[in-house]
Write a protein that binds this ligand. Structure first.
Ligand code: SAM
Length: 292
């Protein structure tokens, strides 16, 4: 079958053949735009023998192009009606290798993944891994937090998400989108916007447009100490986004003199808002705050 899965005619044929009903509660919006699909593969810079984790392959439109670009794909999916479709519709052979050597599907919630255990035997864990996904939107941020916290050796994460979430990842201090998600990701990774995808490129069509973002691990990561503590402090600083830093810090540093000294050390006006602080300044705050 030479027509790609992600073309509208082939997707419609698959939908008819297997009585597929896109499950809203699983965030199923299938890509039916070959240019967008190839755009994702290109943004991920897929090379032959790349090891790729795909989250939510759906009916395989992106999976197919990852395989054809030479990747070995390990996919997490939760919908148990999809393995049969993927098995039948993905190319049975790629570069003379049977599909089973190039593609493995695990029916498992990616938020419950134990990457090293799941991937062992299929991937060489000494080599870097790429993540490529058209993410289910209802759990985009938990997935990004989980990936940022995992100890896998990532080469990059190429993720399609709602445009609004991408704006939060990319934001700089002073933007209203700048917040805990921005800071949590930017302490680990460089964020690049690769392409914008219209809501018309999906079946069914979601309400909002999407962006593809490429995250690459930083070579020189800032030393943030205990990550959980750091993220907690940042979240506390943003507890009331519209209030001043001084006000937000009251819960963390109740003693007035200590708090004033900390703000002085940061070199900022106490009336500054959390969204105006740099990552370096949050690191300084986290170092000076102790959880009781
Ligand atoms: N990759 C396909 C595409 O681009 O057409 C489908 C993308 S669709 C936006 C998201 C996919 O993630 C669906 O196939 C859905 O069943 C799957 N999914 C939803 N929740 C998941 C979870 N917790 N773990 C793994 N996959 C999940």
């Amino acid at each position: 079958n030479n027509i790609p899965i992600g073309s509208p005619v082939r997707t419609q044929a698959i939908i008819n053949r297997y009585f597929v009903k896109a499950k809203k509660n699983l965030g199923q919006n299938f890509l039916v735009d070959q240019a967008a699909i190839l755009g994702i593969v290109q943004a991920a810079d897929i090379q032959p023998n790349d090891q790729v984790i795909e989250i939510g392959p759906g009916i395989g439109s992106l999976t197919e192009q990852l395989l054809l670009a030479g990747a070995k794909v390990f996919a997490y999916e939760v919908d148990d009606s999809l393995p049969e479709i993927l098995q039948n519709e993905l190319p049975p052979k790629i570069d003379n290798q049977p599909l089973s050597q190039r593609f493995k599907l695990l029916l498992k919630d990616v938020l419950k993944a134990n990457f090293k255990e799941d991937l062992a035997g299929f991937f060489d864990l000494k080599k870097p891994i790429k993540v490529v996904a058209n993410l289910p939107y209802y759990i985009t941020t938990p997935i990004i937090f989980a990936l940022a916290e995992s100890d896998l050796h990532f080469a990059s994460l190429t993720l399609m998400m709602q445009k609004e979430v991408a704006e939060r990842l990319e934001a700089s201090p002073g933007n209203k989108e700048y917040g805990p998600l921005t800071i949590s990701v930017q302490t680990e990774m460089k964020v690049n916007l690769a392409l914008q995808v219209s809501h018309n490129s999906f079946m069914p069509r979601p309400k909002v447009d999407s962006s593809v973002v490429v995250l690459t691990p930083l070579k020189d990561k800032p030393v943030i100490g205990n990550r959980q503590h750091f993220v907690w402090v940042v979240k506390m600083c943003f507890a009331q986004r519209r209030k001043t830093l001084n006000n937000n810090l009251k819960a963390l540093v109740p003693d007035n003199t200590t708090r004033e000294a900390l703000i002085k050390e940061l070199g900022v006006d106490p009336r500054i808002r959390p969204e105006d602080l740099t990552i370096k300044q949050f690191i300084k705050i986290a170092r000076n705050v102790h959880r009781k």
